[in-house]
Design a protein around this ligand. Structure first.
Ligand SMILES: C[S@@+](CC[C@H](N)C(=O)[O-])C[C@H]1O[C@@H](n2cnc3c(N)ncnc32)[C@H](O)[C@@H]1O
Length: 344
């Protein structure tokens, strides 16, 4: 299977200077420790799907606030947990959990694409269960200094790694340095935004006439001017959404190379998972779900199903979605899709 985001990223390497967004919001970095922690999605369904004999090695690929990890440690009393996240703040929380559950938790800071090397470095040769809970955490979304959210103003950043990797692109770099054509492709491909071309034109016109776009609010306001004031957008549950929501999601996916990361993470899990081990994925976007379906069940139009090459068997044929009560209590769970499979 070929995912071509990397090729779209190539143009970036010719750029010498990133856009300095953090000057504008230098005083905003504090306060992350007071954030409301991420609320884990479909906990019962995750634990039931991950069920395996006590004592194995479980891998939480997306530790976040550790909501799922804590439940895994409690439910599987003798298991060891490897807790990966690319976000240094999440890694700090994983270290706290390691202190609490002495000898049972190994916190790892890195991306899915670093996982193979990290597991080797730490002498881990096999895993018995893995969870990938895609996307961003509430702490990332709700922290203005991280520049993911539409609700509050902050520097247009969106890097899940924060500032730990030098020379990584920010959303501001993309918004201010991409051609109209590239912006349009990003919004259409990763945000499934129908008005991608029009929005890209509005942004490039604004850049030419008013200067760079440096904050989340500035970008949201510019995108909003592409739409008729009377037009209203709603989500799958009929709730009102901002007209920039899809573009923000597209930028986040692009900045963090999320689809390639997912593919690479999956390949590493495939390599380390013992026969009979289980993988659980939670996706929030049709492109992510397509990658997972393709890798697990070889059922996309791009691959030909071959029984001899099968590596996983689905635990349930149908995708699992949250119960009505969960969606009501936690709006962020509304587009979650859970898939689970056993390694054969
Ligand atoms: C939806 S949150 C996970 C929440 C977590 N399950 C909980 O209960 O708190 C996703 C987390 O995965 C991390 N993440 C996303 N993509 C990643 C990647 N490629 N490598 C490592 N971590 C990643 C993000 O930084 C974020 O903290």
């Amino acid at each position: 299977m070929k995912i071509s985001i990397k090729s779209t990223l190539k143009w970036w390497h010719s750029l010498e200077h990133g856009t300095c967004i953090h000057k504008v919001f230098a005083s905003n970095a504090a306060g992350i420790s007071h954030m409301k922690l991420h609320h884990p999605v479909m906990v019962k369904e995750v634990l039931d799907s991950l069920y395996l004999a006590n004592g194995g090695v479980m891998l939480d690929m997306t530790f976040g606030a550790g909501g799922h990890s804590k439940e895994i440690l409690q439910r599987f009393e003798t298991c060891k947990l490897v807790a990966l996240d690319r976000d240094p703040h999440a890694n700090d929380l994983a270290k706290d959990l390691a202190d609490k559950y002495r000898g049972r938790v190994l916190p790892l800071l890195g991306r899915f694409s670093d996982l193979d090397a990290l597991l080797k470095e730490n002498g881990i040769r096999a895993i018995n269960g893995a969870l990938i809970d895609c996307g961003c955490s509430s702490m990332q979304m709700d922290s203005p200094s991280r520049g993911f959210g539409l609700a509050t103003d902050g520097p247009l950043d969106m890097r899940m790694d924060g500032t730990r990797c030098s020379r990584t692109i920010t959303a501001a770099d993309i918004v201010n340095h991409s051609s109209c054509q590239d912006l349009s492709v990003i919004f259409e491909k990763y945000g499934e935004e129908k008005h991608a071309r029009k929005i890209a034109r509005t942004i490039t016109h604004y850049r030419r006439t008013c200067g760079p776009i440096l904050t989340t609010k500035q970008l949201a306001d510019v995108i909003e001017t592409s739409f008729d004031k009377r037009s209203k957008r709603t989500d799958a549950c009929g709730r009102r959404t901002h007209s920039a929501t899809k573009c923000f999601m597209a930028l986040r996916i692009f900045v963090n190379d999320e689809l390639n990361e997912l593919y690479q993470g999956f390949k590493t899990i495939e390599k380390y998972m013992t026969t009979g081990g289980r993988i659980v994925t939670i996706t929030f976007h049709s492109l992510e779900d397509r990658i997972v379906k393709d890798l697990l069940f070889h059922n996309s139009s791009t691959t030909i199903q071959s029984e001899t090459h099968k590596k996983w068997i689905a635990l349930k044929k149908k995708v699992i979605i949250p119960q009505f009560e969960e969606i009501n209590a936690n709006a962020r769970s509304r587009s979650a899709k859970l898939r689970a499979a056993t390694r054969i």
